[in-house]
Design a binder for this molecule. Structure first.
Ligand SMILES: [Zn+2]
Length: 581
């Protein structure tokens, strides 16, 4: 078929010189040559056959890599007909039909997004929708066309870190770690793509009443204040589901409870395992088993955050569990409750992330004319430099959606300069008896006075991110030190210290805080005593000699300099251990 379109097969004599031909390859095998000047025509004809699905499959990938003066991919005509090609649909402008294109050929194609962008004679294809250039993550941002572009990229990063509903079978699964939001809700302002992906089944956030106001100062630098009563009602409540696989050391060992162990019997069942619903805290019996090697019952204790047992799975043939080699494995699934607290991270869908810095009781927060109190206080200084207009539109749209009992469409490129989103939602707000621009009069929660400024007030969909303080906090007074250097060890898990590095050192030097510097880096670190000889000034000279006292049997240590012998005057000094090494 290719030969009929102008390809010169391998077994036919080729009168053209090698340089003036493209190699034709199908799935990595050479089929023949095609003259460079007629290669374009061959590709056009082949593409028409492909669109019609005649003689060649509709999933054929046709890549004509042209000659390039600069370095590039090897020129030639490459065809792919394999069953595992990743393809997407676009409109072929010449045939006015949908064509599937592959990842390799799309690089050498001219695809426009709207008809306006098409250059006659150059553009061959058009996207089926204005949003098809966006990924699934980007397609779920409300009105990304109204955001500064980096904010959309930040949201694409954060969308993957949300606590939400990753899947629905965590009750039967044994996931190593899973973050789950207990009280998710559906966004009131969302793009069509959100529904196409059926994201309502995998909700990943909560609708929050947001007041854009600088209040108390606790909302400085991207921090945000959260209503304490909202938290107590279950706002952004999440949990971490974990599984622990317990494998017994020998085939003759089995899970069983030691009846003589009263402490373990309080918490564990007869089979030596905890029951679902059991609350477990640090150092509480976790499971117990009969150890074949020692011939004793052993009870393992739980180490970690307070948790609740979700499920216990005994693996193996439970019917004949007493027989050797059966049921030597158990999977204990448990959940760690994680209510939102100070230090937890939240973000709207416009790349506006923030840390909860304070939880205020409802009565201390500002309230509106109708008595509505915000869930989240967002600092207005977050808007001017970031230019996340979509979040402001969402605030208005969410408010009008809540007002009229609707869900608004947030698909990008639907509004224009003549017909703006602000006007559209402003009119809806006005119809509901609110200010056209989404602002409201607020009363201070501290003294009850009406505030002079109008406050932007509405509903924004907030995501709770998986970075939580309870996974990150680190403190230490004294503890384990390194054997060699005698400096405190690092690492949160091992109870190590927080590193005081070179930059921190420079900072203290520049502040002139030399005593603090000595305290951190010397007294609280690897201070040690050493001997020094005043005569020769070396710390390597002095050695301790043990002298036996003749009068009593006690040992007496005296230091002597190896270099100066009797003339050496030995003193004790404090040096960092590492200097001695
Ligand atoms: Zn000396």
């Amino acid at each position: 078929m290719l030969a009929s379109l102008g390809m010169i097969p391998l077994n036919e004599p080729n009168i053209l010189s090698k340089d003036k031909c493209f190699t034709v390859m199908l799935d990595g095998r050479v089929l023949g040559k095609v003259p460079q000047r007629s290669a374009g025509r061959l590709v056009d004809k082949l593409r028409m056959l492909k669109i019609e699905g005649l003689k060649v499959p509709k999933t054929l990938e046709i890549v004509l890599v042209p000659l390039s003066k600069t370095k590039g991919q090897h020129p030639g005509l490459f065809l792919f007909a394999g069953p595992a090609l990743m393809m997407r649909p676009v409109m072929n402008l010449a045939a006015k039909k949908v064509e599937l294109i592959g990842t390799f050929e799309q690089v050498y194609m001219d695809i426009c997004i709207t008809q306006k962008e098409a250059h006659p004679g150059i553009t061959t294809h058009q996207e089926l929708s204005k949003t098809s250039f966006m990924s699934n993550l980007a397609s779920m941002i409300p009105m990304p066309d109204c955001n500064q572009s980096p904010r959309n990229m930040y949201q694409c990063q954060m969308g993957k870190q949300t606590m939400g509903t990753p899947w629905h079978n965590w009750l039967v699964n044994s996931d190593t770690k899973l973050y789950r939001l207990q009280t998710p809700s559906t966004p009131l302002f969302r793009p069509v793509h959100y529904d196409m992906l059926k994201m309502d089944d995998y909700a990943m956030g909560t609708n929050a009443i947001v007041a854009v106001i600088s209040y108390t100062g606790y909302d400085m630098e991207d921090a945000m204040i959260i209503n304490k009563s909202s938290l107590e009602r279950g706002f952004a409540y999440g949990s971490v589901v974990k599984s622990e696989v317990v494998t017994l050391n020998s085939v003759h060992s089995y899970f069983a409870l030691d009846n003589t162990d009263i402490q373990a019997a309080k918490y564990l069942q007869e089979d030596g395992l905890p029951h679902p619903g059991q609350k477990v805290t640090e150092d509480q019996p976790f499971y117990s088993y009969f150890d074949h090697e020692s011939g004793k019952f052993l009870t393992k204790k739980y180490h970690g955050e307070d948790m609740v047992i979700d499920q216990v799975k005994l693996c193996g043939n439970v019917a004949v569990r007493s027989a050797a080699g059966n049921c030597g494995k158990a999977i204990i699934t448990y959940r760690i409750p994680r209510y939102p607290m100070i230090g937890d991270k939240f973000a709207s869908r416009a790349g506006q992330k923030g840390i909860c810095s304070q939880t205020l009781p409802t009565e201390d927060l500002p309230f509106t004319e109708s008595g509505i109190v915000p869930d989240i206080v967002f600092n207005p200084h977050g808007f001017p430099s970031r230019m996340t207009i979509a979040m402001m539109i969402e605030c208005m749209a969410g408010k009008s959606a809540a007002l009229h009992g609707l869900v608004h469409d947030a698909t990008p490129f639907e509004f224009s300069e003549e017909d703006t989103a602000i006007d559209y939602f402003g009119k809806l707000l006005h119809a509901g008896g609110f200010n056209h621009f989404g602002t409201e009069r607020l009363y201070s929660g501290v003294n009850g006075c009406e505030m002079r400024a109008n406050i932007f007030f509405g509903v924004v969909y907030y995501q709770r991110l998986r970075h939580m303080v309870s996974d990150k906090w680190q403190v230490r007074s004294t503890g384990v030190t390194d054997m060699l250097t005698r400096q405190p060890i690092g690492g949160r898990k091992r109870g190590g210290g927080v590193r005081f590095g070179e930059m921190e050192r420079d900072s203290l030097i520049s502040h002139g805080a030399s005593f603090l510097l000595q305290d951190r880096l010397f007294h609280c670190s690897d201070k040690s005593l050493a001997l020094i000889c005043r005569t020769c000034g070396t710390i390597l000279g002095p050695v301790l000699a043990i002298q036996n006292n003749k009068k009593d049997t006690s040992l007496n240590y005296t230091a002597k300099c190896r270099l100066c012998a009797d003339e050496g005057i030995i003193e004790r000094i404090e040096i960092p251990t590492f200097l001695g090494i």
